[in-house]
Write a protein that binds this ligand. Structure first.
Ligand code: FAD
Ligand code: SF4
Ligand code: SF4
Length: 492
């Protein structure tokens, strides 16, 4: 059924509901499905998979909310959006008011409504989901949030916060991912002169180079960056802090009163197995960056080449592995296989992403551990030696540990390998900033309340502190640090 027909369906359901709707009636309404591109069509294009609710669908879904007095959903949202209030406005078709409520807490609703792992956050403890026996039946808060943000954009509503008079203070924000976007906006609101320095030629961090277009259209990210520009934030790209200027130079020579570091976790990890240097082995970061940032799929418009592959192996079971495998399909691979050492049950990827990958034709080789990548006489990947595993006792994460089965090695032919087993933080700023403290994983150690690092006036947040986490957590950290920085600057 197409999106319009689905919306008309929702209208009919709304019209059939009694005027004095009780909790039982609300709970009886099934979750409103999300219109999306057909799997057979979408695996050949880069357009967004989920098409978004129409007005009647959003209103119907919002009508399912019970407006719980203890609102367990809010406690599970990392930035504590007043969910019952904004959802209540949507149920009354008061979309503008709904937007205002969301924006009290979140700067990036169009993005978070799309990519937040809602089933582990706001929707996890939703009363409706609990009563219906599945988190999949919870009120679809993220979809409603996305609808509100998209509605605002379609109607040309781009609310810019008021900017306080010039404070006379100059602040640097390093990086341009969600942590830095949030920090820059909140610092600029206080009237500080804010400079954002980004190493790449485009701003947005993982939102632009990591998460594929078919999950998060880049135009949305660009419009958030445009908002920052309209607020008066100076944005400099191709500016690698630690090389172009160091943190010390920014503070002592360039006159910055405070610095926020939001440089993320962009250093790919490899398996450390033989064959990782062969031609045709990519980190998921490189593979996704080629496609997302450099538009390698646009063969006529982009100068970045695609590595042509027929059989692609993706190592890992997280969201990055799902993104890489689905991108490989769209770049023309005939067969894409995810190789994962546990089972689907233990996969850290969002269930929706795993289902989407499966629907599009990605294959899953479970309980399998790659132990070697083998190459042909030209040094190109020709296969992966895989060792079978079985599940043992749970490890620290609570997931059952994979135990390799000796003597089970077998060679599977592939001509490309994408390693998607996680990222660490880039050590450049640590290496060039004497006195900045990091933990064993290379993440900055900060004061939990303020985000301040071991250097006075230097704050940090997002993946560089948390390790690879989520967009909304990064945004929340950016906001928390900006609030502390505003206090620090006011007292100077
Ligand atoms: P980043 O987004 O990593 O941004 C850091 C920026 O700093 C980058 O632009 C980088 O170029 C720049 N930088 C680095 N070093 C320097 C320097 N020395 N000088 C100047 N600039 C520098 N999260 C979700 O919530 N949902 C998802 O669906 C999801 N999917 C993901 C898919 C992929 C493929 C990946 C990789 C991550 C995904 N995440 C997802 C995680 C999420 O994107 C990150 O947690 C989030 O982007 C972290 O934000 P950040 O601002 O801390 O850093
Ligand atoms: Fe849910 Fe994320 Fe929105 Fe919070 S920001 S309400 S967790 S979708
Ligand atoms: Fe509505 Fe669910 Fe939150 Fe209750 S828990 S207020 S039903 S979204």
């Amino acid at each position: 059924m197409n999106a319009q027909a689905m919306n008309e369906d929702a209208r009919r359901v709304l019209e059939s509901l009694p005027a004095d709707l009780g909790a039982k009636d609300r709970m009886a309404i099934p979750v409103t499905p999300m219109p999306s591109q057909e799997p057979g069509v979408r695996c050949h294009n880069m357009h967004e998979v989920a098409l978004g609710y129409g007005e009647d669908q959003a209103v119907l879904e919002a009508t399912r909310c019970l407006q719980c007095r203890n609102h367990p959903c809010v406690a599970m949202c990392p930035v504590s959006i007043d969910i019952p209030r904004f959802v209540g406005f949507v149920a009354q078709r008061r979309f503008r008011e709904a937007l205002d409520v969301i924006q009290e807490s979140s700067l990036l609703p169009a993005i978070c409504g799309r990519v937040c792992p809602q089933e582990n956050q706001c929707q996890r403890n939703c009363t409706v989901g609990k009563a219906r026996g599945s988190v999949d039946e919870a009120v679809a808060i993220g979809r409603i949030e996305r609808f509100v943000a998209d509605w605002a954009r379609k109607n040309g509503i781009v609310p810019l916060p008021p900017i306080a008079p010039d404070s006379g203070k100059k602040v640097a924000v390093v990086g341009s991912g969600p942590a830095s976007i949030a920090a820059a906006a909140d610092l600029r609101r206080e009237g500080h002169d804010v400079y954002m320095f980004e190493a790449l030629h485009r701003t947005g961090g993982v939102l632009v180079y990591g998460i594929p277009e078919f999950r998060l259209p880049k135009a949305l990210v660009e419009s958030e960056i445009e908002k920052l520009r309209s607020m008066g934030v100076h944005i400099e790209t191709n500016y690698l802090v630690g090389r172009t200027r160091t943190i010390r130079e920014l503070m002592e020579e360039d006159g910055f009163d405070a610095i926020f570091i939001g440089t993320g976790a962009g250093l790919p990890r490899f398996m450390g197995i033989p064959g990782e240097n062969l031609v045709g082995v990519f980190s998921a970061n490189e593979y996704l960056t080629r496609s997302n940032l450099m538009k390698a799929y646009d063969e006529e418009g982009s100068r970045t080449p695609i590595y042509r592959a027929r059989r692609v192996a993706v190592f890992g079971g997280g969201n990055v592995a799902m993104d890489a495998s689905r991108t490989a399909l769209r770049l023309g691979a005939e067969n894409v296989t995810i190789i994962y050492r546990r089972t689907r049950e233990e996969m850290p990827a969002r269930r929706e992403e795993v289902e989407h990958a499966h629907e599009e034709g990605v294959e899953f080789m479970m309980l399998s551990q790659p132990v070697e990548i083998v190459g042909d006489e030209n040094g190109r990947v020709s296969g992966v030696v895989v060792r079978s595993c079985e599940l043992g006792e749970p490890d620290q994460s609570g997931r059952r540990r994979p135990v390799e089965i000796e003597g089970s090695d077998h060679l599977v032919p592939f001509d490309c390998v994408i390693v998607a087993i996680g990222n660490s933080s880039n050590p450049l700023i640590k290496m060039t900033t004497p006195g900045i403290e990091v933990n064993g994983k290379g993440n900055f150690i900060v004061d939990e309340e303020t985000g301040e690092t071991s250097i006075k006036g230097v704050y940090a947040g997002g993946d560089i502190v948390l390790g690879a986490a989520t967009v909304i957590l990064a945004m929340g950290q950016g906001r928390k640090a900006a609030a502390a920085m505003n206090r620090y600057l006011a007292a100077r």
